[in-house]
Design a protein around this ligand. Structure first.
Ligand code: FMN
Length: 327
């Protein structure tokens, strides 16, 4: 409430809540948010109401962690926890391959999902979408990035299945596309449906911008309104997701996803107001997302307005209906 409310008070136009699991075992750790029951709806409602009161458009990202679940919280080091640990559980994935078995976080092998379990998880996404509507979010986002379950099915780096959910790009996208189709059916047409994609895997043999542009076309056909473009996270060496992209890595929102003619959001490494403004002005992105910079400075939007020559009091006036300050 305080964290997200502060961003709304700080003049942010659109606030997306953190990835919120569709089931207890879809979380990354026991410390993660979830949306699978009415108790969670009741807890989220006042948070959304507060953000709306201060003029923000609200969104939530629904997610399943897949083989990157059953971890200790970040504050406790984030290492994988065994299924028999009191805070752990059995993880699932496209195959039994672990995320980073030899790394310091000791990721263990997941269990490969059966076809019926895939359907069960799709139904969990649908249930979570219905609950998000009850909470009152304006935008719903399906998380298919950063190596979590849906992305792990989409990428050839992880998905080597030989059933109908593995093989060529269309088969690897099947879990995502079926999920989105079912979610769209319950998420009202007048509310925005977004999909966050790792549009590039940043590793040879992984997803390319051409692949994800094609996925974007399929998503558009299913009624998705906007693509949220991020990258990396499928395998340990693909670290683009948290914004430390190198100059050689492709522009995520520009390039491939633009070919879908869907609006797009660009996240990662945006922290200067002029840089963010240029992304929109130059048609590289329709929306610019800020992660870490917005955590550092909840008043970033006001300061950006000032730097870009907009009177920040106008932002306040729009939010509160009055001017703050002496002139
Ligand atoms: C603490 C932290 C938590 C994050 N949680 C999520 C998340 O829940 N869902 C998601 O899609 N990305 C998440 N990310 C990635 C951010 O959305 C964003 O893509 C990344 O931080 C790069 O943007 P930035 O340079 O503006 O921080 C997280 C990043 C950080 C640092």
């Amino acid at each position: 409430m305080v964290h997200l409310g502060a961003r709304a008070v700080g003049g942010v136009g659109f606030i997306m809540g953190e990835c919120t699991a569709v089931s207890a075992t879809g979380r990354i750790s026991q410390g993660c948010a979830g949306l699978w029951n009415e108790e969670q709806v009741a807890a989220l409602k006042p948070i959304v109401a507060l953000q709306c009161q201060f003029g923000a458009v609200t969104g939530i990202q629904i997610s399943h962690s897949g083989r990157k679940g059953s971890a200790a919280t970040a504050l406790e080091g984030g290492s994988h926890l065994d299924a028999n640990d009191p805070n752990g559980w059995e993880t699932v994935g496209p195959t039994a391959d672990a995320f980073d078995p030899d790394g310091t976080r000791l990721w263990k092998s997941p269990r490969a999902l059966s076809g019926s379990e895939i359907l069960e998880i799709q139904n969990q996404f649908v249930h979570s979408a219905k609950l998000a509507l009850e909470v009152g979010y304006d935008l719903l986002e399906v998380h298919c990035a950063h190596g979590y379950l849906l992305h792990s099915f989409l990428t050839p780096l992880v998905n080597t299945r030989i059933d109908g959910y593995g093989g060529d790009l269309r088969a690897r996208a099947r879990f995502l596309l079926e999920t989105v189709e079912k979610v769209r059916a319950v998420w009202p047409q007048d509310r925005v449906l977004s999909v966050r994609l790792s549009v590039h895997d940043f590793v040879d043999g992984g997803l390319t911008l051409e692949d994800t542009a094609q996925v974007g076309v399929w998503l558009k056909e299913l009624g998705v309104d906007i693509l949220d473009c991020s990258g990396g996270g499928a395998v340990p060496e693909a670290r683009g997701a948290i914004g430390n992209r190198t100059a050689e890595q492709p522009d995520m929102a520009g390039g491939g996803p633009k070919k879908t003619s869907l609006p797009d959001m660009d996240g990662g490494g945006n922290n200067k107001s002029k840089q963010a403004d240029a992304l929109v002005a130059n048609s590289c992105a329709d929306l610019v997302l800020l992660g870490r910079e917005m955590m550092r400075d909840p008043h970033w939007a006001f300061n950006a307005a000032k730097e870009l020559g907009t009177d920040p009091r106008h932002v306040l006036a729009e939010q509160y209906g009055f001017f703050v300050g002496s002139n």
